[in-house]
Ligand binder design. Structure first.
Ligand code: ZN
Length: 134
C-alpha cells in the first residue's frame, strides 16, 4: 500500500498553484473537472505520491461545504489499493463505516471510495484502485 495522494481544499486554484509550483519546483498536470465531486483538480506529482489541489465548482461541492464550515488545507488522504471491492468488504467486516459501499468514479476515471472519518481517527480517507497504467 502507498499514499496515492493528499487532497488539499483551496478557495482558488489560481492563487494556490503558483505557491505549490515554487514549493515543489514543478508545474501541475493540466487541471481537470470531476463533475461527480463538483471540483476542479490540479495534480502535482511528488515522488510516488501526488498533491491534489481541489477547488469547488459549485456551492454544493463537498469542498465548498468544507470551506464554508471553516475547513482549510488538508481535506483527505488517499491510499492506493489493488482490489477496491475486496478491500471495502474486508474493512466493513472489521466494523469500519464506509461512505461508499460500492466504488464510484473519481479523477482520471479511477474507481474510488471514501471511508467515514468517525471510523478512521477523524481523518477522511479515500481509497483508489491501483491499475497497471499508474
Ligand atoms: Zn482524492
Amino acid at each position: 500500500m502507498r499514499i496515492h495522494h493528499i487532497g488539499v481544499a483551496v478557495e482558488s486554484l489560481a492563487a494556490a498553484i503558483p505557491v505549490f509550483e515554487v514549493l515543489l519546483g514543478c508545474s501541475p498536470q493540466p487541471s481537470e473537472v470531476v463533475e461527480e465531486q463538483k471540483v476542479r483538480v490540479a495534480v502535482f506529482r511528488v515522488g510516488e505520491s501526488r498533491i491534489e489541489l481541489l477547488e469547488a465548482t459549485s456551492p454544493e461541492s463537498p469542498i465548498a461545504r468544507f470551506i464554508a464550515k471553516g475547513g482549510r488545507g488538508i481535506h483527505h488522504l488517499t491510499l492506493a489499493v489493488p482490489d477496491l471491492t475486496a478491500t471495502l468488504a474486508r474493512l466493513e467486516n472489521h466494523g469500519i463505516r464506509l461512505i461508499d459501499r460500492t466504488p464510484r468514479i473519481g479523477a482520471g476515471g479511477k474507481r474510488i471510495a471514501f471511508l467515514h472519518p468517525t471510523s478512521t481517527a477523524g481523518v477522511l480517507i479515500e481509497l483508489v484502485e491501483e491499475t497497471a497504467t499508474d
